[in-house]
Write a protein that binds this ligand. Structure first.
Ligand SMILES: *Cc1c(COP(=O)(O)O)cnc(C)c1O
Length: 225
């Protein structure tokens, strides 16, 4: 529908402007912040609108849903890069390595070993982020902050995964800046340059705290069902 597409395009423009403004206010180059458009639950036609508006990085949180939508889109738009931003089970590693260009949720040794094995086997090497459970929440995925250094070393040095950075999802009821700052500290002391942090509600704070990628869904695509 025409009105819907207009909204998505307007939402996208507003998001880009807000990222640029937050970067400038923090004395950062806006080009240093990548917008990852989170398209989970949204159909291919809406995603196509965003691709045609110039975006090329997208995030999905479920392997199966992504497999249903993305092979056709990737064929039509080969330059698009797809990020896995949801939990990955070891038995879906084969599918994830085949489809995704970036895997942001590496968080436990069993998964890391499975990824290393699959990359070895196929020669396909999606970039990896380590997810850190900065809020130490029981229900949330991610390595605990205290275990992060050892886990990063296992992934990068022992298993040879292409680890580029860290990712976090702060607890909903806490000041996100504290979590973003902690994530940056862990990245810095481990020599990792990229930080995937910030969603629709807190991406400006994340940019202020040093995010190099923000994952924005509802602000672009509208509310999810
Ligand atoms: C859904 C999701 C997002 C986007 O959330 P919005 O609030 O809609 O911007 C970002 N990151 C992860 C890991 C998600 O699951």
């Amino acid at each position: 529908m025409v009105t819907e597409e207009t909204n998505i395009t307007e939402n996208l423009d507003a998001t880009r402007a807000a990222i640029a403004a937050a970067a400038k206010a923090a004395g950062r180059d806006p080009d240093g912040v990548t917008l990852v458009c989170v398209s989970k639950t949204h159909p291919a036609e809406r995603i196509r609108t965003v691709i045609e508006a110039g975006e090329r990085q997208f995030g999905e949180n479920k392997v199966q849903e992504a497999e249903a939508k993305w092979p056709a889109l990737k064929q039509q738009f080969p330059h698009v890069r797809l990020h896995l931003i949801g939990p990955l089970q070891s038995n879906k590693v084969k599918h994830a390595v085949a489809l995704f260009d970036v895997i942001e949720t590496v968080d436990r040794p069993k998964l890391a070993r499975a990824l290393a094995g699959e990359m070895e086997k196929t020669g396909r090497r999606p970039e990896c982020y380590i997810q850190v459970n900065t809020g130490e929440e029981d229900q949330k995925a991610g390595v605990l902050p205290l275990d992060a250094d050892a886990f990063i070393s296992l992934c990068r040095d022992e298993l040879g995964l292409p680890v580029v950075g860290l990712m976090c999802i702060p607890p909903v009821d806490e000041e996100p800046a504290l979590h973003f700052t902690l994530l940056k500290q862990i990245a810095t002391r481990n020599g990792l340059g990229l930080l995937s942090m910030g969603m629709s509600g807190d991406f400006e704070t994340a940019v202020r705290c040093g995010a190099t990628a923000v994952r924005v869904g509802s602000k672009i695509f509208g509310a999810r069902e």
